[in-house]
Structure formats: C-alpha cells, structure tokens
Design a protein. Structure first.
Length: 237
C-alpha cells in the first residue's frame, strides 16, 4: 500500500470557547483554533483535505504565540510548491464554510463529499448556519456514500454527528493509519484515559460521540481537525 506524509497548512485561526469543541466540557475558557488545509504528499495526484477560509483576520502575534505560520490559501500552497490549479483532488471533511471556501480557486480538482452532507448542504436546517450555498458553485463534486477508498492508501469513513455527512480521512503512512477527523474537535475530545468527548457543536450528539470513539480506536496517528499541535508539527508523521 502506498505511503504518504501529511502537511498541515494553516489558512486562518479563530478565537472561540473550548465548549465549541467539547460537549458539556470547558465552557468559559477562550482558545484559539487553527483552520487547516491538509496537503497529502507522496502520490501522483495533488490532494488536499479541506480548503479553509477565503478571508480572515488574525490579530498580530497570534501565530507567533502558538508556533503557527498563518497564510492566505494561495501562499500556503506556495509554501509546498503548489498553485491552486495544480490540485487534482479535494476531500472534504464536511461542508461548513470554514472548510470549503477556497474550492472555486482549484478549477481542475474533483471534490469528494459524502452524499448525506451534500443533501444537507442543499437543504440545511436553520439550526446550522454554517452552510453557504454558493461555495460549491462551479465545483466538480464527486459524491461518496459511506466508507470508500479514494486512492491506494487513502480512504474516507463516514463519521456523522457533528454534521449529517462528516467523513474522516484515513491516510496510510510509514507509522500506520493517520486519520484526519471529519468533525471539529481538538485534543481534549480524546483524553488519554476514559471515554471520548463528543464535539460541542453537533446535529446528533450520540452519533458524534460514536464517531469520535470509532476514530480513536482505528487511528495510529490521530489528527483532530482544529488542534494547535497539528500545525506546530509541520509534517505528519
């Protein structure tokens, strides 16, 4: 099986409450969460997981404080010698706006999305305001239904709960399965002892908890979607 490395690229950051990450835990503690684009390197195809925010404002010093290099989308790709038009495949964890606003800049990419997520994207419930109807305009969407191999050594698994069709991305590496979570979380969702913690934002809390449990059990390398330590590493593994 082909082996890859993952390069987390930080294309924004938001200040938020820890309770947004962890259901019924940590409310009142302010944290910064990075917005990532993940470049999967090692094959013939140029592959991204998510494309992040198109526009953002981060106060001076935040990146330096947390050991992150925060760049606009095009500059982040340039840091790994890529241009948007080079991208062949985009795999979306889910379709909240902070994960897909730069899709349209990648005209040659096939964009992989769970069918359940796409259905909800087109007909969202008012409880979830993070779906922006124009972000997929002109995008070449390829739907996936459940767990599926995308390429040799790269697959997706359906992990609903945070959204109806969130999918986690399994990447084969020299150190085993690295899994990018398909739901917004940080390391506090995966304590070293005791059960997982569901994402603080969810459509279905029980499904969200079960998805987190499943991912923790499967992963050799766990990559929480908004954890600061991910961007501090630069390359995984």
């Amino acid at each position: 099986m082909k082996e890859y490395v993952i390069r987390p690229l930080v294309v924004g950051a938001n200040e938020t409450d820890q309770g947004i990450m962890t259901y019924l835990r940590g409310y009142g503690r302010r944290i910064w969460i990075p917005i990532y684009v993940f470049y999967i390197e090692g094959g013939d195809q140029k592959i991204l997981v998510d494309t992040g925010l198109e526009q953002f404002m981060v106060p001076p010093g935040v990146g330096e404080k947390y050991g992150l290099t925060i760049l606009e989308f095009e500059d982040a790709l340039a840091s790994v010698n890529l241009k948007p038009e080079d991208i062949d495949i985009i795999i979306h964890t889910h379709l909240h706006n902070d994960h897909c606003e730069n899709d349209y800049k990648c005209p040659n990419a096939k964009v992989y999305v769970q069918q359940a997520e796409l259905d909800f994207f087109h007909h969202p419930h008012p409880i979830d305001h993070r779906y922006y109807p124009d972000v997929l305009d002109g995008v070449n969407v390829v739907t996936v239904d459940g767990d599926q191999e995308i390429l040799d050594g790269i697959s997706v698994i359906l992990t609903p709960g945070h959204t109806p069709g969130g999918q986690s991305v399994v990447v084969n590496t020299v150190q085993g399965k690295a899994i990018i979570t398909g739901f917004c979380c940080n390391h506090e969702n995966f304590p070293q002892r005791g059960p997982v913690v569901a994402p603080g934002v969810h459509i279905n809390a029980i499904e969200a908890w079960e998805s987190a449990r499943r991912i923790r059990e499967m992963a050799d390398i766990l990559i929480p979607l908004h954890d600061l330590s991910v961007g501090q590493r630069g390359i995984i593994p």
